[in-house]
Design a protein around this ligand. Structure first.
Ligand SMILES: Cc1cc2nc3c(=O)[nH]c(=O)nc-3n(C[C@H](O)[C@H](O)[C@H](O)COP(=O)(O)OP(=O)(O)OC[C@H]3O[C@@H](n4cnc5c(N)ncnc54)[C@H](O)[C@@H]3O)c2cc1C
Length: 442
């Protein structure tokens, strides 16, 4: 392929550019914002919230950027294993999962190292500019229209066109791909939404030697509290670079956390022991930053009958689900791997990428299934209910309960939480039978 253009230079765009550098002579990352070499640029507003990298996401990060874990750790990130990674359900600490590793680092730090690696690739270059629309012709996307947003060589406002064999939409939740497709005489992908009304608040603390054997602590409500955040305070903290703790609190509707530091600390003290301890012993640095996440969304390209060739979509532009489950970065990495498999199979870039969308649809389905089943347990979330929801919810409750007391069920459960396995693996007779045995022996 001669040229691929990736619209959006955040995490999904960076992964896509990495994959495309194996297949195209020229990969252009078109990014509207100045994202900054060191991760201090503007970028997506949620970048400053705590971002957990699931174990599957970490595996793919290392797959695409070998040695990056060592580089991040050398730069101050922590790598948690065994009991350093702590998951609590309804206040009860689960047994550690052998072999599970989680990286402790902020998103801007991870992303800046990924960006550095991608931009060092000989075939990849960045163009500072906003994509304004697609160029269509002969049943395919031929390229993109853009306007520059400030560069020494091309000052803001300069309009241009870029021909490409493949265009990748990585413009995040605000992607206007649907509108552009309609304008070009195509259909847009059906949008599925689930209103969840989630509030997030993140704060950073100076880290000393108060919890030397903790890298990640994560607390969520479960069946014992009826999944009620008001009864079992959800929160998480991660040891990150520059000797800091990053702490996030979450809540729905009226229980959304605010920006008042005293309220934040009071809420941390109602959470599990590690968060309580950080609230008591560590100094809060800077402001509490909030984020309101109204709804989970996904666009299902596999339901379209016709689609132009030369176009794929990745990252939040395809699916953006409840961030509490920490799936976004991992989903972007898995979609990049789907794109790689699609291109390696020799699929012509100018043809509609049905095979890519089918592969990516499987991982999006898995992420959606996990988050939607759990979100529907909230009284204020009222659908849409998927087929078989009651059974899935009942089995999910039982497996969650059993995972607190049994390491084997916990392993199966955490494989799904970390996107290593599809949620349907939890309904295998082996896992269900083990959960039933464990619960009846209580
Ligand atoms: C509060 C919150 C907490 C989260 N926590 C986690 C977590 O713990 N773990 C996890 O894995 N995920 C988490 N996520 C999800 C994660 O942030 C997203 O999945 C991820 O940012 C998606 O990356 P992306 O590249 O698809 O989109 P984005 O990061 O949104 O980037 C889109 C990029 O496209 C650019 N762009 C947009 N329009 C144009 C245009 N017209 N032309 C050129 N460029 C354009 C933007 O400037 C931006 O840089 C969280 C999300 C939220 C909201």
């Amino acid at each position: 392929m001669r040229r691929a253009v990736v619209l959006g230079g955040s995490i999904a765009g960076l992964y896509a550019a990495r994959v495309l550098s194996d297949h195209a002579d020229d990969v252009v990352l078109l990014e509207a914002d100045d994202l900054g070499e060191d991760g201090t640029g503007r970028g997506a507003p949620q970048r400053h919230q705590l971002h957990a990298l699931l174990s599957m996401g970490h595996t793919h990060l290392e797959r695409w950027f070998p040695g990056i874990t060592d580089e991040l750790v050398a730069g101050g990130a922590r790598l948690g294993t065994g009991p350093e990674v702590q998951f609590y359900v309804d206040g009860a600490l689960k047994a550690p999962v052998p072999g599970l590793r989680m990286l402790g680092a902020t998103r801007p730090f991870i992303e800046s190292r990924v960006r550095r690696r991608v931009l060092a690739l000989p075939r990849v270059r960045v163009l500072r500019g906003r994509a304004d629309g697609l160029l269509f012709g002969a049943g395919r996307v031929r390229g993109v229209r853009y306007s520059t947003t400030g560069e020494a060589t091309a000052p803001s406002g300069h309009e241009g066109e870029l021909e490409a064999d493949l265009v990748v939409d990585a413009m995040g939740r605000s992607s206007r791909l649907g509108t552009w497709l309609l304008r070009g005489g195509w259909d847009h992908a059906p949008l599925q939404r689930m209103r969840i009304d989630l509030g997030y608040a993140t704060a950073v603390f100076r880290r000393g030697d108060e919890l030397p054997r903790t890298v990640v602590a994560h607390a969520s409500p479960g069946p014992a509290s009826g999944y009620q955040p008001t009864l079992s305070e959800p929160g998480a903290m991660v040891a990150v670079e520059d000797d800091r703790w990053m702490v996030v609190l979450a809540g729905y509707t009226d229980h959304r956390p605010g920006r008042d530091p005293a309220d934040f600390l009071a809420r941390m003290r109602r959470c599990v022991a590690p968060l309580h301890e950080v609230a008591d012993r560590c100094t809060l640095l800077g402001d509490v930053r909030t984020f309101h996440f109204q709804e989970s969304r996904r666009r299902d390209f596999t339901r379209l009958r016709r689609f132009p060739g030369g176009l794929v979509a990745v990252g939040d532009s395809v699916a953006s689900v409840n961030p509490i489950y920490g799936q976004g970065l991992t989903l972007a990495a898995l979609q990049a791997s789907c794109l790689s498999a699609y291109l390696r199979a020799g699929s012509p870039a100018h043809a509609p990428a049905w095979d890519y969308f089918r592969r990516a649809g499987v991982v999006v389905d898995a992420a959606w299934q996990l988050s939607a089943t759990a979100d529907l347990a909230q009284p204020h979330v009222n659908g849409p209910y998927p087929r078989g929801y009651r059974l899935a919810r009942w089995a999910g409750d039982k497996i969650t309960e059993a995972s607190v007391i049994d390491p084997e069920v916990n392993r199966a459960f955490m494989d799904v939480v970390h996107m290593r396995k599809h949620p349907k693996s939890l309904t295998s007779p082996r896992v269900l039978a083990r959960a039933a045995r464990v619960l009846s022996a209580r």
